[in-house]
Design a protein around this ligand. Structure first.
Ligand SMILES: [Mg+2]
Length: 439
């Protein structure tokens, strides 16, 4: 009933019965493409780049997420200056054709800026298609292959005890899988761990000065520490809870192999991004010598980037970011490529992508047969809830979305305007000898 009413508002045509074909309004065209950059949380990683595609049909538009932290304004400009003129006047229902057109049009293609822009447009077009059909996007992708999505959250601390306490709180909330990170002794900071007071003050000073903060990183202490953290958590929390860890590509191939082997007795759920994407062949080192499951992909910007690791059985989870790899269209294709290789999905779902992309992740995850787990932020602050009408909901270790047409999310543009772009830079990661290192 709701679907028929919705279609009636779009087409002005009453649908006589369930057998009626769903048709897009005749002559439907894209009339405008707008970009909204907003940072409701006022946080260094909180600038969201939202794309609104408006059509010739009154009240029919779609929202997408083109957020690429660190290049937000470049992506916004790319959409406005280079994609908008290509999109205006096109039939928004021809999604695959538009995707291919926007991918090939620049000639010098791919990369994080181009592909984040394309991802946002792709999501907005799926939103429109779902609204026209009166169906949630996951129905258009094949329907629910499951009723809810296994998820995990991050727990970090300055020492093992802090991580353990945080883990106990999350286990109490029903989480079955946790990402665990700890600051290594002797370091002021690290990936996804609380910085020291000294580092915190230095970072804030850099933000105020409008320059990137600097963090010093030495991998040796970190590599030695993580297996001890897992040993501690297995001793204190037991075997039931699943634990995973994110290396964030900050170590060398031989360190990654040593770490993967050292973690093996503690049965990690997966080891995330152990090696740099530029060193794809080094994944063989780990695969040949240990059984620790490997997840990779959040930094990839297309369906081709991880292909070698899939077809050579070198990873267990594909972790593309649907905000950077080409959107829902690419996510579905990657899952299809990975399925016959027995590789599962674990789409990147960090705090620095908006609830639109979090929902897009869920639509694909719900529909693919080879779903593994869905990283998903659920603790949105009030300001974000003012801007975004919905986000995936959490219950007892799982996330879910409703059955609203399209992506199922609305943006309050007036509220978004209250929280404009905030200039903040990612930290520069330097070794103790002041040489550059991977983030
Ligand atoms: Mg990661």
């Amino acid at each position: 009933m709701r679907r028929r009413e919705f279609l009636r508002t779009l087409t002005g045509v009453a649908l006589p019965g369930a057998a009626s074909a769903v048709r897009a309004p005749r002559g439907l065209k894209i009339t405008d493409v707008r970009v909204v950059v907003t940072n409701p949380e006022r946080s260094p990683m909180g600038n969201f780049v939202l794309v609104k595609i408006v059509t010739s049909e009154d009240g029919l538009y779609g929202w997408g997420d083109a957020t690429c932290t660190g290049s937000e304004l470049a992506v916004a400009k790319f959409i406005e200056e280079y994609m908008r003129p290509v999109l205006i006047g096109r039939d928004p229902m021809r999604l695959e054709d538009i995707w291919q057109t926007l991918f090939h049009h620049p000639y010098y293609r791919s990369g994080s800026v181009h592909m984040s822009a394309l991802s946002g447009v792709d999501m907005a077009l799926w939103d429109i298609k779902g609204k026209v059909a009166g169906l949630p996007v996951y129905e258009l992708l094949g329907g629910r292959a499951r009723t809810k999505l296994l998820t995990y959250t991050s727990v970090s601390g300055r020492d093992f005890r802090e991580v353990e306490e945080g883990a106990r709180r999350m286990i109490e909330r029903g989480y079955k899988v946790l990402k665990v990170q700890v600051r290594a002794p002797g370091l002021e900071s690290g990936y996804a761990v609380p910085p020291s007071e000294r580092q915190r003050a230095a970072t804030e000073k850099a933000h105020q000065a409008g320059v990137p903060p600097v963090e010093t990183w030495e991998p040796d202490a970190y590599v030695r520490t993580i297996p001890k953290l897992f040993e501690h958590l297995r001793k204190t929390l037991g075997e039931e809870i699943e634990l995973l860890h994110d290396v964030h590509e900050r170590i060398t191939p031989s360190q990654a192999l040593w770490l993967a082997r050292a973690l093996e007795p503690f049965r990690p759920f997966f080891l995330e991004d152990p090696l740099r994407p530029e060193h794809a062949d080094t994944f063989r080192l780990i695969r040949r010598q240990c059984s620790t499951p490997i997840a990779m992909g959040e930094i990839w910007t297309g369906q081709w980037d991880g292909l070698f690791l899939i077809t050579e059985h070198l990873i267990d989870y594909v972790r593309h970011d649907l905000c950077h790899c080409g959107g829902i269209t690419t996510g579905k294709k990657i899952a299809t490529i990975a399925e016959p290789f027995g590789i599962l999905t674990a789409w990147h779902g960090p705090s620095n992508i908006s609830p639109i992309a979090q929902r897009a992740n869920c639509h694909v995850s719900l529909s693919v047969p080879n779903f593994g787990i869905q990283e998903c932020r659920t603790n949105w602050p009030d300001a974000a809830r003012e801007v975004f009408s919905s986000a995936p909901t959490y219950s007892e270790g799982y996330v879910n979305i409703g059955d609203e047409p399209g992506l199922g999310i609305e943006i309050d543009e007036e509220a978004a305007a209250k929280y404009p772009y905030l200039r903040r830079y990612r930290p520069l990661i330097r070794r103790a000898d002041d040489s550059a290192w991977a983030y």
